[in-house]
Every structure is written in structure tokens, then in C-alpha cells.
Design a protein around this ligand. Structure first.
Ligand code: ATP
Length: 568
């Protein structure tokens, strides 16, 4: 890893962002070679996912979307209200919206179905040490003892066999009291839309409020309608009696109308534009919408160079299919995605699948796999392939009030037996990291080889065995020496490459051996050398990066030879 990071800097693949100012943690700039490599990785993904398939189309959505998109997806909830995770179902929800049972109430956990009930019962037994009673899809035996304690009562028992601290509420969908602490999440980058800086209004409001003796009274005078609405952040803050909470609520209220977020994933745009894409392109399920581009997350930990950064790029596709067919499409996309990764790798065995355990998946997902890569620190995620049911379209229907459905005129609704069948498609989502892919391909390609020089010494050759289609520079054109008409001939050849749109580079600096070594190190698959013989018979040498073997070919064929090798 250290060697790859150092090569990235020295050769111009990846630099620390704003290095001359001391660097910005977790932000990276892709230098001349890195920019090419990243473009090539993303180009190959697009070629495979969109251009080589009839049933997938592309999308290039804006990074800033309507703030309601992030409310529907669940990403925005944590900004103004604390979020809690259910430790059993993984449901994330707002604490203030959760049902609050009274002391003495039973706390049944209502699972999605019997099978899930069995899994969750096992999970609870393992983690919390109690065997809940299972009745169909309901797990029983838990009771709220007081506002701060709940317990497990075996059938007929008057005293609890075990107790835990109670948060006073249960998870809204399943009724589970096994919950994480409340946390303020700040995953998304916030920004303000509009030319007028909202800080001016914030400062003015705070100047006025801070002069007031009774803060709550001053806020009530300024925001009477918010105070009257018991559900508003200001009303709740006044009720809490906490000064800091009230000031925050005022700031949130002032800034809310202009608040916008940088997207934390590219995926949501495909759900939001599902209907527009379907109507305008004539696509019908099964079909996919693909998008690649920047995403932003305030990660709690940033690590391992470009593996996890706050600004990164993703390559995602939402594949919309008929409910009930998601299993076969999951199998299809798993195979397609793994074969894509392995096609560009020197070591295909460094890529594997890991299926998510039930307790690891979001409650709406019905299957999920990670494509993992064997990084120097161990196996880690490269891509997630999730079967997301119709959850996302359902959420956007709920929040937008728009129907996001497909009407199949030919088929009868399985529930009613009547045509047509109008349904929310189920979704398979292969979601890969593009910048993480750059790291994986660099690690896979980095080689050090021992070889004997002409004088018999052992030397180390560093070679980046990038797949030619990923390599930043496809071909270097080198005059053997800087005289005798060789540079002129080499310039003629390079001009032909550039005209043909093949990224080739002319290079006449340093001895030929040094130039070969440099191009090996940056992954250039072929070097074409103009030598004395070129001037007499019109042939050049074509050197292969991996084998270092050289063949003579007519200079006129150089472009075609490289192009045909690239097409392999
Ligand atoms: P992780 O578990 O590593 O945080 P995730 O499960 O949150 O990833 P997804 O939301 O599924 O990731 O995003 C899909 C892909 O986007 C990931 O497989 C990864 O390749 C990439 N990705 C996610 N977060 C980052 C990040 N902070 N930096 C670089 N790539 C990322």
C-alpha cells in the first residue's frame, strides 16, 4: 500500500488535496495519470452497463436535489432530530416520532413474517440472552416496567427474568425496544441555495435574542406560528427547556428554506426520475437506469488513502423488474458484475462475494451481496449488490404524492386476477465505488519483478500491469536517440495516434532503458521505438510492458496494431 501511495504521488496519479496549504484531510486530487485512469475505469463501466445492453439507459442528474428527496430516503432525518437504530431490524428512525408505550404495557415485536421472526428471535437470544415466545410473526414476553426500564417475563411469571434500560419508546415499524443511543447524524454536506447569505439573518436573530432576558418569551414573540405548532422544532425546544436546543431550533428555522444537500449517493435520482425516464425512453421493466458521478459523505472515519474519502465517485444502477422476479435478476447481476471486475484484474481470485447476514441488511432488503477485494489490510467492500424490493419507489410515492408505477396491460394483477397489472417495480441495485475501484485496480496491477541486467546484476523492475483499456497512456513513442532524423519520424507516428484518438505520448528524455522503466511503472502497455533501422526500412519496435518482448512492425501499421490489441 505504501509503495502504491508513493508511486501515485511521484508519477502523478493521486495527490493530497490542497497540499501546499498543508493538505485537506480525506480529499484527493487525481493528477494527469490518475484522471485518465479514473475516466477509463468509469468509461469501461458505462460501456459494459449501458452501451452493451439494450435494457439499460443512462442518467446524469444534478448533485443538489430537492431536500425532500433526502427526507424520503431517510438521509435527512438526522439533521434536526436525533436518530435511533433498532438493534434487531436495523430500522433507523426519529426518536420523537416513535410510539411510546405506558409502564405495564406489553412490548410485542411484530416481525415482517414467520421466517424473519425465527431469525430475530435467534439474534435476540444470542445478543440479549433471552428466548422470546414466538407466535407466528410476533415475538412476545417483553413488558415496559417503567418509563426507564423494560424486562422479559417468562409465561405466568410475576417478576422479570432479565431487565434492560428503556428509552421510553419502541421502533415504529416493528415495536422493538432493543435500541441504540440517540445520535445527531450529519452524514450529508449542507449548503444554502440563494445568493443572499443566510448567516446574516442568523446573526441578526441571535443579536436580538441574546439581548432578551427570557429567551423562550422572545422566541415566542418572534415565531408565534412555530410555537403554536406543537410538532415544530421550536415548540419542542421550548418544551425541553434547553437553551442550546432552542437556539439551534431558531437557526434551523431561519436557514431551512434555503437549505440544500450534496448528494450522499447517486442512486436516489434514478428513483426520482424513474417515471420520466420510462415515459420518455419507452423503457419498460425489466430495465435499468445507470448513473456515475460524485457523492459526498461526512464519514466518521476516513481511511486507507482513496478507499474511504468524504468526496468520492460512484457507479450505480437501479434495475427495475417485476415483483417476484428479483431473485433471478439478482443472480444475473451478481454474475455480470463479478465478471466485469475480474475481466480487468491480473488476480481474479482477489475478488469475492460476501452475502449479507439477515441482521446486517436493511429491513426492506430481501438479499444483499458485497463484491469484496482483498486489500493489503484484508477483505473489504468494493461494490454492494442489493435486492431493495419496492421500498425506494414506495418512499418517493409517499413523500411526493406521485405514482411511481408501471402498468402492464398484458398481465393480470396476481392479487385480483384482473388486467392490467399496475405495480411498483422491485429493484436490484449494483452500487460500486469508482474511486475505490481505482485503488483496487492499482493494487492489483502493482508488481515488482527481479531481473538480471545486461551486466549480470539483479535489479527490481516496477511494473503496473493495468489492463490496457484502463492504462492511462496506451502507447509511448520513443526515438532511440535525439538525432539522425529519429525524433522527426517519431513525431510523425505520434501525430497519427493522436489523430486516431488513441492516448499516446512522445518521449525523448533520458536513456531508452530509463524511458522503458518509467512507462512500465505507469502502466503503459506498449512502447514504439524509432531506431536506425526505421530510417532505412520503415519498421519500428513494439515492446510489450508485461513480457518486455519486442517485435518489429512496419511504422505505418503502428496505430492499427495498438488498436487491435486494445480491442482484445
Ligand atoms: P462502506 O460499508 O464501505 O461504508 P457503504 O455500504 O456505505 O460502504 P454504499 O452506500 O453501498 O457503501 O455505496 C456503494 C459503494 O460506494 C461502496 O461499495 C463503495 O465502493 C463506495 N463508497 C461508499 N462510501 C465511500 C467513501 N466514503 N469513499 C469512497 N467510496 C465509497
Amino acid at each position: 500500500m505504501k509503495k502504491v501511495v508513493s508511486l501515485c504521488k511521484q508519477r502523478g496519479f493521486v495527490f493530497q488535496s490542497s497540499e501546499i496549504y498543508g493538505g485537506l484531510k480525506s480529499a484527493y486530487d487525481y493528477g494527469p495519470l490518475g484522471a485518465e485512469l479514473k475516466r477509463n475505469v468509469m468509461g469501461e463501466w458505462w460501456r459494459d452497463m449501458v452501451h452493451s445492453r439494450e435494457n439499460v439507459v443512462g442518467l446524469d442528474a444534478s448533485i443538489i436535489m430537492h431536500p425532500d428527496v433526502w427526507r424520503a430516503s431517510g438521509h435527512a432525518a438526522g439533521f434536526s432530530d436525533p436518530l435511533v437504530d433498532c438493534l434487531v431490524s436495523k430500522e433507523r428512525f426519529r426518536a420523537d416520532k416513535a410510539p411510546r408505550p405506558n409502564p405495564g404495557d406489553a412490548l410485542p415485536i411484530t416481525c415482517p413474517d414467520k421466517g424473519v421472526a425465527k431469525d430475530w428471535a435467534e439474534q435476540i437470544e444470542k445478543r440479549f440472552g433471552v428466548a422470546l415466545e414466538r407466535d407466528g410473526n410476533v415475538l412476545g414476553g417483553l413488558t415496559a416496567i417503567s418509563a426507564t426500564e423494560f424486562g422479559f417475563f417468562a409465561k405466568g411469571a410475576a417478576t422479570p427474568a432479565k431487565t434492560w434500560p428503556f428509552r421510553g419508546y419502541v421502533s415504529p415499524t416493528f415495536g422493538s425496544p432493543f435500541l441504540s443511543d440517540e445520535r445527531q447524524f450529519n452524514l450529508m454536506f449542507r449548503t444554502a441555495l440563494g445568493a443572499v447569505d443566510p448567516m446574516q439573518d442568523v446573526a441578526a436573530a441571535l443579536a436580538e435574542l441574546s439581548a432578551a432576558g427570557d429567551l423562550a418569551a422572545a422566541v415566542t414573540a418572534q415565531y408565534p406560528s412555530a410555537v403554536a405548532d406543537a410538532g415544530s422544532a421550536i415548540a419542542k425546544a421550548i418544551a425541553s427547556g434547553e437553551r442550546a436546543k432552542l437556539i439551534r431550533a431558531v437557526i434551523e428555522t431561519i436557514t431551512a428554506p434555503n437549505m440544500a444537500y450534496l448528494r450522499p449517493e447517486t442512486a436516489q435520482a434514478m428513483f426520482v426520475q424513474f417515471k420520466n425516464v420510462m415515459d420518455s425512453s419507452g423503457m419498460k421493466p425489466p430495465f435499468g437506469i445507470a448513473q456515475m458521478g460524485k457523492s459526498f459523505r461526512n464519514e466518521v472515519t476516513v481511511e486507507h488513502f482513496i478507499f474511504r474519502s468524504c468526496e468520492f465517485e460512484q457507479m450505480e444502477m437501479e434495475f427495475f423488474c417485476e415483483p417476484g422476479t428479483q431473485k433471478e435478476w439478482m443472480a444475473f447481476w451478481k454474475e455480470a458484475r463479478m465478471s466485469w471486475w475480474q475481466r480487468y484484474a491480473t488476480y481474479p481470485e482477489s475478488f469475492r462475494f460476501r452475502q449479507h447476514a439477515k441482521d446486517e441488511m436493511a429491513f426492506y432488503a430481501d438479499d444483499c451481496y458485497d463484491v469484496e477485494y482483498l486489500y493489503p489490510w484484508g477483505w473489504g467492500e468494493l461494490e454492494g449488490i442489493a435486492s431493495r424490493t419496492d421500498y425506494d419507489l414506495g418512499q418517493h410515492e409517499k413523500h411526493s404524492g406521485q405514482k411511481l408505477r408501471y402498468t402492464d396491460q398484458e398481465k393480470a394483477d396476481p392479487a385480483t386476477g384482473k388486467k392490467p397489472w399496475q405495480y411498483k417495480p422491485f429493484v436490484i441495485e449494483p452500487a460500486a465505488g469508482a474511486t475505490r475501484a481505482v485503488l483496487a485496480f492499482l493494487l492489483d496491477a502493482y508488481h515488482e519483478e527481479e531481473r538480471r541486467t545486461a551486466t549480470g546484476e539483479i535489479e527490481i523492475r516496477t511494473v503496473l500491469k493495468l489492463h490496457p483499456r484502463l492504462a492511462p497512456i496506451k502507447c509511448a513513442v520513443l526515438p532511440l536517440v535525439k538525432k539522425d532524423g529519429m525524433p522527426e519520424k517519431a513525431r510523425e507516428i505520434i501525430a497519427r495516434f493522436l489523430q486516431a484518438g488513441v492516448n499516446a505520448k512522445y518521449d525523448e528524455k533520458a536513456a531508452i532503458g530509463k524511458r522503458y522503466a518509467k512507462h512500465d511503472e505507469i502502466g503503459t502497455p506498449w512502447c514504439i521505438t524509432v531506431d536506425g533501422q526505421t530510417l532505412t526500412d520503415g519498421t519500428v519496435t513494439l515492446r510489450d510492458r508485461d513480457t518486455t518482448e519486442q517485435v518489429r512492425i512496419p511504422a505505418d501499421e503502428a496505430v492499427e496494431q495498438v488498436r487491435s490489441r486494445l480491442a482484445r
